[in-house]
Design a protein around this ligand. Structure first.
Ligand code: DGY
Length: 321
């Protein structure tokens, strides 16, 4: 059978080129919009491999109906959209794109943090709406980051990079949560591994970098937001399902949190009726953590290599299990 790979959205050309060089037939989504589950299913029926986006739901039903697939590579490091444990039982290999988006995503978390700390949303709105009348001695007073304490929730690659930027660039003390000690990270940043409660009680900045799992879903709920310091900042560039939107709104409006910066929401896209969009101290981005030219090109290349390896029956260079 000719090997056919479905790429569910438009991604950098490099991937198509690499696959075609191997004689692999590429099925592209010419409309560059998310495929409906019906379309995804129908196109997958004609494919032996898939390059999927984090918005594609690859659950048990989909996999059971497409058990002929040999390999799926997610165009993302997170893979909570794929039931990879079930895929494994069917002999379908699942890959992702770690490492190459570490800098891009940590830099975006940093961008959100700086923008929140210095009230960028209200300040740009002030200029655009013609309200900039004078230099304001008491206007837009933000939080100075230097020397503050930051909690990294989930010190994987991206969390560690964020911790390094905060420690080396802003002289911050770093606390982190993780399933195991990160000795190199501790050595380079003097970071200290603590329980979640302590991290939330001590930190001026809480930045979320953990994967979405059954343990982290809704981790930032009423109870845990209530532990955060008065005047602290909450940043989430991981997954929207990790924070509870209503609870976040409550603590942003009751004087506990100074601000929140979100690159991820639940659902995505965010509802235009979300109360968070009305707040001047909540900055929301449309999930652009890995959106740099370099990161997306490297992600495309990893996906292509994962697919080629999977179709050849080899172990994937970036396998999720
Ligand atoms: C990922 O790769 O999981 C990120 O969320 C993309 O920004």
């Amino acid at each position: 059978m000719t090997q056919s790979v479905l790429i569910t959205r438009r991604i950098p050309e490099l991937a198509m080129k690499k696959l075609k060089e191997q004689g692999i037939n590429v099925i592209e989504n010419s409309e560059d919009r998310p495929l409906s589950s019906r379309e995804l299913h129908d196109l997958a029926q004609r494919s032996t491999g898939l390059i999927t986006m984090l918005s594609d739901k690859i659950d048990k039903d989909f996999l059971a109906a497409n058990s002929h697939l040999k390999v799926i590579s997610n165009f993302a490091v997170g893979h909570n959209n794929i039931d990879s444990a079930f895929a494994k039982t069917l002999g379908i290999q699942v890959g992702n794109t770690p490492d190459v988006l570490t800098h891009a995503t940590a830099e975006l978390a940093m961008t959100l943090l700086l923008a929140c700390a210095r009230n960028l949303q209200s300040a740009t709105q002030n200029v655009k709406s013609g309200q900039w009348n004078n230099w304001e001695p008491m206007g837009f007073l933000g939080m100075e980051l230097y020397g503050k304490c930051a909690a990294i929730i989930g010190a994987g690659r991206i969390g560690q990079r964020m911790g390094e930027i905060l420690n080396k660039g802003f002289g911050m003390n770093i606390l982190y949560t993780a399933q195991s000690d990160k000795k190199d990270f501790e050595k380079s940043t003097q970071a200290r591994r603590v329980e979640l409660n302590e991290a939330l009680q001590m930190a001026d900045i809480v930045s979320v970098h953990c994967p979405l799992t059954e343990n982290t879903r809704n981790l930032f709920n009423q109870k845990n937001f209530a532990l955060m310091k008065k005047g602290s900042i909450f940043i989430n560039t991981a997954r929207g399902e990790i924070h509870d939107e209503k609870a976040l709104h409550h603590f942003l409006t009751n004087g506990t949190l100074f601000a929140a910066g979100l690159d991820v929401t639940n659902p995505e896209p965010m509802s235009m009726n979300s109360e968070l969009l009305k707040l001047p101290n909540c900055l929301v981005l449309p999930h652009i953590g890995s959106a740099t030219v370099t990161a997306r090109q490297e992600m495309a290349l990893i996906c292509a290599r994962n697919i080629i390896q999977g179709l050849n029956g080899e172990k994937l260079e970036c396998s999720v299990v």
